[in-house]
Design a protein around this ligand. Sequence first.
Ligand code: NAD
Length: 354
Amino acid sequence: MNTQAHPLAHQRVRFGTGLRHEVGAEMDLLGCARAIVLSTPQQSDMALDVAATLGDRAGGVFSGATMHTPIDVTEDALQHAVTVKADCIVAIGGGSTTGLGKALSFRMNIPHICVPTTYAGSEATPILGQTENGIKTTFSDPGILPSVVLYDPQLVTSLPADLTVTSALNAMAHAVEGLYAKDRNDETTRLAIQGLEDFNGSLTRVLEDPGSLAAREATLRGAWACGTVLGRVGMALHHKLCHTIGGSFDLPHAQTHAILLPHATAFNEAAVPDLLAPVAKIFGGDQSGMALWGFARDMGAPLALKEIGLEESDLDRAAEIATRNPYWNPREIDRAGIRALLQNAWSGDAPGTC
Ligand code: NAD
């Protein structure tokens, strides 16, 4: 067991082109000798490339990571990791692979070196969501936070334009909700604004030139800032809607965030306009929800829940599920208001103040 695995609230974070090839050096620093390298099936080439740079310190590659960290997949990977006597986890991918890396590292109490390839931000949080028998549960523990994060802009150059945009909006949602979080502080507000500015300044450049390493690195810096906010403060309406509706109707994660963010922001703006004012300032105009909607539209994001598989006949049930369990939000949650919000988000209309 490596006692450096779970440094409370400590994480080593590096940004730089080619850093994926420095996993071995990070293993040396952690005192680790044998890694299991994780990815999704779609990203097995990236995992094999990193494993090749590790030589015989790569105990094996497990390319079975999938959305929402199903327990049975974690158990398969665990068996593999134990068989190859892994003393550290190397996870290369988006939130799905990071989730598997967190689950294994937590169960085995060994360090996790995370190499993110989307902007989801899971690498910056001590939160793990897992699924068993179709039910997702989430918990938080300082030991879940990866020990090392290596942001290599070359790895995000392959992110397709649609996922680039929706993943960026997924990250931005952490920052937007961080601005009005009940437990926010000056530092989380500063990070939230910085993350939003990073995406505003870099996303257009990335779409014009997907291979631009400077622009891609700026998006990764945004992802880190927004993810760090998610890890430090509590979220509210927007994340709750994505979690309950996304989970209940099996909607794709990043797209659901991208579509709902302007609407949830407009809903809460009615209660906390001053706290959300930085969003309008960064994205233009004088209304934060509208500013985000315009930004999402200009970036080519999907705008309507009907585009990603939700039926109009599902909206009543969606509103019921989303308001079933009370939780803190800066504006009181009422079923009629949420039903109206969802109608707008379903049609793809501009957000109203409901
Ligand atoms: P993902 O990891 O599922 O990736 C989506 C698809 O894109 C996959 O097929 C993946 O292989 C592919 N992909 C990823 N990076 C790529 C790249 N650079 N080039 C080409 N293809 C690439 O999606 P995600 O949105 O990053 O993560 C979603 C998951 O993360 C959800 O399960 C969500 O709940 C979780 N999440 C957890 C936290 C947390 O703090 N616990 C935070 C955010 C997201």
